[in-house]
Design a protein around this ligand. Structure first.
Ligand code: FES
Length: 496
């Protein structure tokens, strides 16, 4: 177990919740109080719409506890990955949407007094295969309008063999943005309610959104929860949930701290940046619920940082979840069988904050009818064989993990009274059902080991101390409460 526990559920700043008004009626209800949901809500409110944001947990969503994150148009080898699965014109349209997202964020941050540290973004390679990916990113990115330059000037304490640089991107504390967005939204009459987990959406006129606190009505609903919590369109099966970690480290001499936002082009590389005297290293991306030990992955990050920066001392770990689409472009738009009243935004794998603004602007334009050209290209893209193959591969892996989870549980009968060590959890058979038992902060709790979404058997995340589903990425705390969808129901508690 890493001595530096993840802070994603603990460190945050308080943003007071608004009162929930049962049966209130709005123009637009936004599900999810992260940056995507808040920007969407703010853009609607600026157009005079009445708006409510419903957040299952705390405002900020996955931004809660996060270290500073990039506002950048360049992310490792992202653009060539999209290009390999679709047409260049779709890459161009996506890149244009992201460019506008970056500009929107810089303008908004300046107007709201949110501090942005300006940095160059660099995609770097450490292998010959990686060098080919640097060349690929340069070519695809230049065609898409990014002012990329190839460079050997890489300020990192290990061997690299090439890089591509984009000047003047940025780094921001996402909770600073969340606070400013929430305040601006409220100033325009918007409502932001916490602990309002959505349990269902009925696409009637008006739309009825059911939550843990009661129902609300609206003209439209926009689901901005990261993971799609609605079954319409089966989007939970069209995105792949992945987790990755960021470790902040102190004790590195200021002259040794990197001067840019470094992201690797190789899948197993590390992202590196510095902010406010701290070193930030990121990596260990893996499908949710499928790593043997998340804590071991964070330990590995710490060892790697210690081997390259003298005196680097881990201070805090944070893990986040992202969702990738088969073609690499976020899914944004009206859901099937939603009668033009239910919208979705998901699949921000590589893009981070600019993708959130990209999605928010598309959601608003879909309603107001003033779509930019790049939005029309994205909406009318054709799914090509490489993207279909990626989707088929992801679904095959899901089926395999379904079978593996049940087989493993059946092969491991749990002994009555068996108590896991502190911070540990195990899944096994009790009678004829898989159960999940963990000990957290001295409390042993037994819950159903079967994810209520579609029956995957959960696995223990020893870094976050959560039960994670390896099928579509739902997550639950030790008491079985939902931390992250698509499941809207928790694991049944069997014994506290
Ligand atoms: S998230 Fe779909 S089965 Fe668990």
């Amino acid at each position: 177990m890493s001595p530096w526990r993840s802070a994603s559920t603990s460190a945050s700043r308080e943003i007071p919740t608004d009162e929930f008004e049962p049966l209130a009626t709005y123009d637009d209800v936004i599900v999810g109080g992260g940056v995507t949901g808040l920007v969407t809500a703010l853009l609607f409110a600026r157009r005079g719409h009445t708006v409510a944001v419903l957040e299952a947990g705390r405002v900020g969503g996955t931004a809660v506890g996060s270290p500073r994150v990039a506002i950048s148009r360049l992310h490792g080898a992202q653009l060539q990955t999209i290009r390999a699965r679709t047409y260049q014109r779709v890459v161009d349209a996506y890149a244009e949407g992201v460019r506008e997202g970056v500009e929107w964020l810089f303008d908004y941050a300046e107007g709201a007094g949110v501090d942005v540290e300006r940095r160059d973004a660099v995609s770097y390679a450490t292998t010959r295969a990686g060098l080919a990916r640097v060349d690929g990113e340069y070519l695809v990115g230049r065609r898409a309008g990014l002012d990329l330059v190839k460079t050997a000037d890489v300020d990192l304490p290990f061997a690299t063999i090439g890089a591509v640089r984009l000047r003047d991107q940025g780094l921001v504390d996402p909770m600073d943005l969340v606070q400013a967005l929430t305040a601006d939204l409220r100033a325009l009459g918007g409502v932001v309610v916490e602990n309002a987990a959505v349990t269902g959406v009925h696409a009637s006129a008006p739309v009825i959104t059911s939550t843990a606190l009661g129902d609300v009505r609206s003209e439209r609903v926009h689901v901005c929860t990261g993971s799609p919590i609605l079954d319409r369109g089966l989007y939970f099966g069209k995105v792949s949930a992945r987790r990755s970690s960021v470790l902040t480290l102190t004790g590195v001499d200021a002259s040794e701290l990197p001067d840019a936002l470094y992201e690797p082009v190789e899948a197993r590389g590390r992202g590196v940046r510095a902010s406010r005297g701290e070193l930030l290293v990121a990596g260990s991306s893996h499908p949710t619920g499928r790593a043997p030990s998340e804590a071991a992955l964070v330990d590995e990050l710490a060892r790697w940082a210690g081997a390259h920066w003298t005196g680097a001392t881990p201070r805090r770990a944070w893990s986040g979840q992202s969702h990738s689409t088969p073609h690499g472009v976020p899914f944004v738009g009206a859901l099937p069988r939603g009668h033009g009243r239910v919208y979705l935004a998901t699949g921000f794998d590589g893009g981070g904050l600019p993708d959130a603004v990209y999605a928010a602007r598309m959601l608003v334009a879909d309603v107001t009818g003033d779509a930019a050209d790049w939005m029309s290209v994205i909406h009318h893209r054709v799914t090509l064989p490489p993207a279909i193959a990626a989707g088929v591969g992801a679904n095959a892996a899901t089926v395999w993990w379904f079978a593996k989870g049940w087989a493993k549980a059946f092969a491991n009968p749990l002994l009555p009274g068996e108590v896991p060590d502190e911070g540990a959890g195990s899944v096994g058979l009790e009678g004829l059902r898989p159960v999940a038992r963990s000990t957290v902060d001295g409390e042993t709790c037994t819950v159903s080991g079967v994810c209520p979404h579609l029956g995957g058997v959960v696995t223990w995340n020893d870094q976050e101390r959560t039960w994670d589903c390896p099928l579509h990425g739902s997550r639950f705390d030790a008491q079985g409460r939902v931390v992250e969808g698509p499941s809207t129901r928790g694991l049944r508690i069997l014994r506290p």
